[in-house]
Design a protein around this ligand. Structure first.
Ligand SMILES: CC(C)(COP(=O)(O)OP(=O)(O)OC[C@H]1O[C@@H](n2cnc3c(N)ncnc32)[C@H](O[C@H]2O[C@H](COP(=O)(O)OP(=O)(O)OP(=O)(O)O)[C@@H](O)[C@H]2O)[C@@H]1O)[C@@H](O)C(=O)NCCC(=O)NCCS
Ligand SMILES: Nc1ncnc2[nH]cnc12
Length: 276
């Protein structure tokens, strides 16, 4: 049963979970600063329909990543990212073609793509598919990525590269190289404290409180990042409901702040939380 994992009553695949994670994240409402069913958050160039098109364009690639992981499973970890990247870039291009050039899911493609690829690699090596083994694989596949692509680069082009040079933030690359440590430490131990949509909102708040999200820094500098982290921590400490989240949504929209990196990590958290 290659590529499949039995969970509770259903048998589902990691690529299918990744696609489901993107849809659940998108539909979660209210969701401060982000595109949801109610509004476009702090975004002028994105809406719910655009995200649906993006998800439709990305979804077929998750199985491609998993298959590639299986095919290359017996090669060293250090060559894996080089083998995955052409498909990752092709998937990004499919996303940009579907959205007319808007970056809806660049971080999501990167993080979920790595999870699918690592799952295929584990299957190819006949290793058990657990959250821990999957994250360890991602970390090994990405070993040295921050040093190679951020630290060794004197000139910055992307937002992620600029923020490394200016503030030492390692963004999506750092999260992956650390085996999604922010998700494992800040979210997974608390996953079963809440149910349904509230579980995902709780996870998002925990991510916003902990994640050094490069999107917040590119929109609002370090002060913008601190504002969102403190706001989320205050809600977690004092209690929150949908009204409080809607108020936070308005506060972030007024400041043009969007925690897009945390939205991506929420999808990662959902996939990992389905695994033993
Ligand atoms: C390695 C890449 C991810 C390189 O990307 P880049 O150098 O741009 O690096 P980052 O900025 O670090 O990351 C890119 C996206 O990752 C998300 N992100 C940010 N911080 C974190 C974090 N701490 N943890 C996890 N993820 C994070 C974030 O994505 C979200 O932001 C999108 C919107 O961003 P932006 O374009 O800036 O849009 P706006 O803010 O709206 O801009 P303006 O309107 O203000 O102009 C949002 O939709 C989320 O997705 C970062 O954008 C990678 O690109 C790469 O190597 N690609 C090649 C493909 C590949 O190898 N894939 C391998 C696996 S398949
Ligand atoms: N729902 C969302 N809104 C804005 N940016 C995002 N990046 C990933 N999901 C997002």
């Amino acid at each position: 049963m290659a590529g499949l994992l039995a969970t509770e009553s259903a048998v589902i695949s990691i690529p299918a979970m990744a696609a489901r994670a993107l849809r659940l994240e998108l539909d979660l409402t209210p969701k401060p600063g982000l595109v949801d069913r109610a509004n476009n958050g702090s975004h002028q160039d994105m809406d719910h329909a655009l995200f649906l098109r993006s998800i439709a364009a990305i979804t077929p690639w998750f199985s491609v990543f998993e298959l590639a992981g299986r095919e290359h499973a017996h090669k060293e970890a250090s060559v894996q990212l080089r083998l995955l990247r052409p498909a990752g870039i092709a998937c990004e291009q499919a996303m940009f073609a579907a959205t007319g050039g808007v970056n809806t899911h660049k971080g999501g493609v990167f993080s979920l793509g790595l999870l699918c690829f690592a799952a295929g690699r584990l299957q190819g090596q006949c290793q058990p598919l657990h959250a821990e083994t999957l994250c360890r694989q991602v970390s090994e596949i990405c070993r040295g990525l921050v040093a190679r692509e951020l630290a060794a680069r004197p000139q910055a082009v992307t937002a992620g590269e600029k923020q490394f040079l200016e503030y030492g933030l390692t963004g999506a690359r750092g999260e992956a190289e650390q085996g999604f440590a922010t998700v494992r430490r800040a979210v997974l131990p608390y996953w079963h404290q809440e149910q349904g949509e509230r579980r995902l909102q709780h996870a998002l708040l925990r991510l916003m409180a902990a994640n050094p999200d490069s999107n917040l820094v590119s929109r609002g500098g370090i002060a913008g990042l601190r504002y969102v982290q403190d706001y989320a921590a205050t809600l977690l400490a004092g209690g929150w409901d949908n009204d409080a989240l809607s108020e936070m949504d308005r506060a972030l929209m007024a400041r043009r702040l969007s925690p897009g990196g945390s939205a991506d990590l929420l999808a990662v958290a959902y996939v990992l939380a389905q695994l033993p």
